[in-house]
Design a protein around this ligand. Structure first.
Ligand code: ATP
Ligand code: MG
Length: 234
């Protein structure tokens, strides 16, 4: 069984169901990527796994434990870190304060974790005293990822971490994400840059209208002519 699994999830925001029997999973130390057209339910699937959405059917398991009934805050305490698609930094707080916010659940000394975040994203140390709102898009995404890492999660969930950044910044961010995965953390991310993301993915999920359309290794999806033609621009 996978380390994190959203299994046969069906549900939505109170009206019609958005997710239909949708299954998403990721292993420790691996990268799983969710791709699919706008409105396919990628963010909804992430919110469901993080507990921001009531499921009508299905369940979420973390390391074999059924966490379906847990609140998002309790899931953070259980080892999940989530970077949402929008509004993922506190713009009026400094970079350091944003990182400290990420550690709010910790009672222990988190200074070593902050050093690790600064090692991963050196620009954040340089800009530690600056309001996050003054940073570039790519730098803000680093703040958001860094904040999620401050709880020392076993699973890191990222909804479009490279949105609005240049190809070079995207490549750098993917390199950092690979580094994080190599430490044993499970990475579950949604990506618009589907080809590049599948290229670093151990597993890929193509969602269409809230359903699993294709599920395979990243490389197999990249090599599949039907996936290429319909979802990867040829
Ligand atoms: N808070 C909400 N309340 C009601 N419906 C919502 C809400 N958020 C999203 N939806 C609907 O759920 C469906 C899936 O949206 P979702 O944001 O999950 O798609 P997505 O695959 O993440 O798209 P994108 O690539 O544009 O980010 C859409 O039809 C959307 O209108
Ligand atoms: Mg989305």
């Amino acid at each position: 069984m996978a380390f994190l699994i959203g299994e046969a999830m069906t549900g939505g925001y109170g009206g019609a169901d958005i997710l239909h029997d949708c299954t998403i999973s990721v292993e420790k130390g691996q990268i799983a990527v969710i791709v699919g057209p706008n409105g396919a339910g990628k963010s909804t699937a992430m919110k469901a796994v993080f507990g921001m959405l009531g499921l009508r059917q299905g369940r979420v398991l973390l390391d074999g434990r059924d966490i379906t009934a847990l609140s998002p805050q309790d899931r953070v305490a259980a080892g999940m870190g989530f970077v949402p698609q929008n509004a993922n930094v506190f713009t009026s707080l400094t970079v350091r304060e944003n990182l400290e916010m990420g550690a709010y659940l910790r009672q222990d000394d988190y200074s070593i974790t902050m050093e690790q975040v600064f090692d991963l994203f050196p620009i954040l140390q340089e800009k530690a005293a600056q309001p996050a709102g003054e940073l570039s898009g790519g730098q803000r995404q680093q703040v958001a990822v860094g904040r999620a890492l401050m709880t020392q999660p076993s699973v890191l969930m990222l909804d479009e971490p490279t949105a609005g950044v240049s190809p070079i910044v995207m490549d750098e961010l993917f390199d950092r994400i690979l580094e994080v995965a190599a430490t044993g953390i499970a990475i579950l991310m949604v990506e618009q840059n589907a080809k590049q993301a599948l290229n670093i993915a151990d597993r890929g999920f193509v969602l269409v209208q809230g359903r699993n359309r294709f599920t395979d290794t990243g490389q197999a999806l990249l090599a599949d002519p039907e996936v290429r033609a319909s979802f990867l621009g040829g």
